[in-house]
Design a protein around this ligand. Structure first.
Ligand code: ADP
Ligand code: ZN
Ligand code: ZN
Length: 741
């Protein structure tokens, strides 16, 4: 390699301005992507530091004007690893180096953030109480007012507290001087409570927990950095294991990254990390502004924090030396990016761990099939935690057949059993959660008499209804006209699922009268903070019933809930997606786990049109292993992950014909490859949503046991698109897609 693209100013906004330099003979062996080099820059040729982001054979600039790299810069640079990670992302997922860099580098926003201040209590409660006593003796009433407040909440918003408690600047100064309080720049959400480390009441690890911690740590000390899966239901002690491992890694001066789906990042979780790590931990979430996020990155770079908690982007926190990465709820779809580059956090974490020399720990109550498969086949270390440590018993689960209800003349959305149990809870004044799985909205059709779902004859996926009454298959392009009667039993009661939460609320009121009901779905949670508000008012018992979509099944504990109703369990099975069964199983297991968290035992009613489906049967029995075995069989037969790898080529076109013909050309190109490589190629077919805002969507699906073959295929298509100068249509690549396109 003779030339290199170098970026001088390594910030998110400037990465689109790389400059081309010649690599001198003497450096050829030493430089690589990510290397920090000194280069002559500008008219005066002053030496500047820059990073190599790409190596190239040919310059993009007249040869005689090209300058030469001066030398390697001294030292190690946080950015080098991130740039290497970007190069890996580009290679794996296909995008430009620029967009890969923009993914991994923190975005700096110029706007100065408004800074709010907080008053923080610096002493433990006991000492505060002593201070309070003294102040009261001396009639220092203003001081006493503040200390009293601090005893119940160690951090107060500055302005609010000053006004409410009538505090003078003098009062605050004097307390600051004597070390009782500090006034800090706002960190209220990311550091909700600043507690000294060690304030947490540490549990003695159970035998199971100790075994896991010791095993992982032993490998770690031997610098045998591996990936582990911990399979354990909510409350089985996984977070405690993470905390213990993080503590050991941090004690050695290394850092830890913890990924948690945003929706599950509750106040309690944050508190636990803060209590263990004090100011060494920071939290990233969507309530932080760009500026605040950038601040966190700066703090990480300076070594002020050693633990970061956040969604998938927290992986790119610029720590010098990462020793441990944890991904909790590793099965969550939100770990996959839905914009280019479409990376999966689990895979990127694997590469990051390799770059740093770090262990990677995955945890879940319902692991993804991919991870469980790797755990079973020995690629990952594998641990199980079986018992719930928080007490409470596993709920009693009833499976109700909605076809049977219909036969008996019950047209309501509530089965007889669910109706009875609702009555019972309403009388006892206990709380009820009703869960509606909304993923089925895409419009699959099923028979209300026999449960038959209209399926493609060539694939085990349901057909979706398209405009004009055509049913089509997303995977093979098969089409048929919509039917008037069920092909299996002849019943005219065919329906697409459309019942929303609002309709359920109406029906509930009609059948059970006036009851306090909260509703949680996309419509009721658009306003900022409304999600938390609904949850906390339900928690405080302001309503007896919570009706919601999958939002309500994650993360939060409601000890008052003794009945969970899952209104139509199979809706997500109808989605034309090979992950439908897995998703159904995960959602049902999570939803069922919501009942009986407190001291009262719980009951769960799962209503279904196909209660014999294995994902429903196994979820009702809380039998992950059984589900896994059965699902794996289907995946093997169909050539889906985890036993094979998929690549979806997505085409977006303003003109239908142009998009389709591009798809056909790509298909032809791939067919040449298919024979020699054993590549399976399907399509082009209409995407499951064939048109969005007048853009036509087509997809080609490629299957192969070896991802490298798919990467080669993608490169081939990318090169071909480049040479033929395709400008009219957009082509995207998605490996192992999580969502129907
Ligand atoms: P998970 O992350 O699997 O949901 P947690 O680690 O949060 O589990 O543990 C669930 C609850 O059990 C927490 O309240 C925690 O404090 C408690 N707990 C965890 N480990 C122990 C232990 N060894 N002894 C007693 N209580 C524990
Ligand atoms: Zn039928
Ligand atoms: Zn098909």
């Amino acid at each position: 390699m003779k030339y290199a693209s170098v970026i001088i100013n390594i910030s998110h906004e400037k990465v689109d301005r790389p400059f081309c330099y010649r690599i001198p003979e003497s450096l050829q062996e030493m430089v690589k992507i990510g290397s920090c080099v000194e280069v002559p820059f500008g008219q005066g040729n002053t030496l500047r530091k820059g990073y190599i982001i790409e190596e190239r054979e040919k310059p993009d600039y007249p040869e005689n004007k090209i300058k030469e790299i001066y030398g390697l810069a001294d030292g190690t640079f946080v950015e080098s690893k991130l740039i290497r990670l970007a190069a890996w992302i580009k290679r794996e997922y296909g995008s430009t180096m620029i967009s890969a860099l923009q993914t991994v580098l923190p975005a700096k926003k110029k706007v100065k953030e408004k800074q709010a201040r907080t008053i923080v209590g610096l002493l433990p409660v006991k000492e505060l109480e002593e201070h309070l006593e003294q102040c009261e003796k001396k009639h220092q009433v203003a001081k006493a007012r503040l200390i009293r407040e601090l005893i119940s909440s160690p951090q107060l918003p500055y302005t609010g507290a000053v006004e409410r408690l009538h505090l003078s600047a003098q009062t605050l100064k004097s307390l600051e001087k004597s070390g009782v309080i500090a006034v800090r720049i706002r960190t209220d959400y990311r550091n909700p409570v600043v507690l000294a480390p060690g304030d947490e009441k540490k549990n003695v690890l159970s035998q199971g927990q100790k075994y896991i911690v010791d095993s992982i740590y032993q490998d770690y000390q031997k610098q045998d950095y591996k990936t582990y899966l911990i399979h354990g239901i909510t409350g089985s002690g996984k977070t405690t294991v993470y905390l213990e491992l993080i503590e050991r890694v941090v004690a050695q001066g290394r850092s830890a990254i913890v990924l948690i789906p945003e929706i599950a990042l509750t106040f309690q979780t944050m508190m636990r990390f803060q209590q263990r790590f004090g100011e060494k931990v920071s939290i990233l979430n969507s309530t932080l502004s760009q500026g605040e996020k950038y601040d966190q990155c700066e703090r990480a770079k300076k070594g002020e924090i050693s633990v970061i908690i956040g969604p998938r982007s927290a992986l790119f926190t610029p720590f010098k030396d990462v020793g441990l990465i944890v991904i909790d709820e590793e099965h969550e779809a939100s770990y996959k990016s839905e914009t280019t580059p479409r990376y999966h956090a689990r895979e990127v974490a694997g590469e990051l761990a390799r770059l740093h020399g770090a262990s990677l720990v995955l945890g879940s109550a319902t692991p993804s099939l991919e991870s469980y498969y790797k755990a079973k086949t020995g690629e990952y270390g594998f641990f199980t935690l079986k018992e719930r440590l928080t007490g409470g018993t596993l709920p009693q689960v009833y499976l109700e057949d909605l076809r049977e209800e219909l036969r008996r003349g019950n047209r309501s959305i509530f089965s007889d059993r669910l109706r009875q149990l609702i009555q019972d809870r309403l009388e006892k004044k206990e709380q009820i959660m009703l869960f509606l799985n909304r993923r089925g909205y895409a419009g699959f059709i099923s028979c209300r008499s026999c449960g038959e779902v209209m399926k493609c004859p060539h694939c085990d996926v349901s057909l979706s209804r398209h405009v004009g009454g055509i049913l089509s298959c997303h995977y093979c392009g098969y089409e048929e006209p919509e039917r008037k009667t069920c092909p299996k039993c002849g019943s005219p009661y065919l329906m697409g699922f459309k019942a929303g939460t609002q309709k359920i609320e109406e029906q509930f009121r009609r059948e059970f009268g006036e009851v306090g009901i909260l509703r949680m779905d996309k419509d009721t949670t658009t306003k900022k903070g409304s999600y938390e508000k609904i949850l906390s008012s339900f928690m405080e018992g302001e309503a007896q019933v919570l009706i919601g979509t999958q939002m309500i099944v994650k993360g939060h504990d409601f000890p008052g809930v003794t009945l969970v109703g899952i209104l139509a369990a199979d809706i997500s099975l109808g989605v034309n997606d090979y992950r439908a069964s897995e998703r159904t199983f995960q959602l049902l297991t999570q939803a069922a786990g919501r009942a009986g968290r407190g001291s009262l035992p719980g009951e769960v009613v799962i209503q279904s049109y196909q209660p014999e489906h294995y994902s429903i049967v196994k979820a009702a029995a809380q039998d992950y292993e059984g589900f896994f075995e059965e699902e794996l069989l289907y995946r093997k037969l169909g050539g889906y992950p985890p036993t094979a790898c998929l690549l979806q080529i997505q085409i977006l076109a303003a003109e239908e014909n142009s998009g389709r013909s591009l798809g056909l050309q790509i298909r032809k190109l791939l067919d040449k490859m298919a024979g020699s490589e054993g590549l399976v190629c399907i399509g082009p077919a209409n995407a499951s949503i064939s048109r969005i805002s007048d853009i036509y969507r087509f997809s080609l699906l490629l299957k192969h046991g070896n991802k490298e073959v798919l990467i080669r295929a993608r490169n081939r298509v990318e090169e071909w698109l480049e040479t033929c100068g395709e400008k009219k249509n957009i082509v995207q690549f998605d490996f192992n897609p999580m969502q129907a396109f």
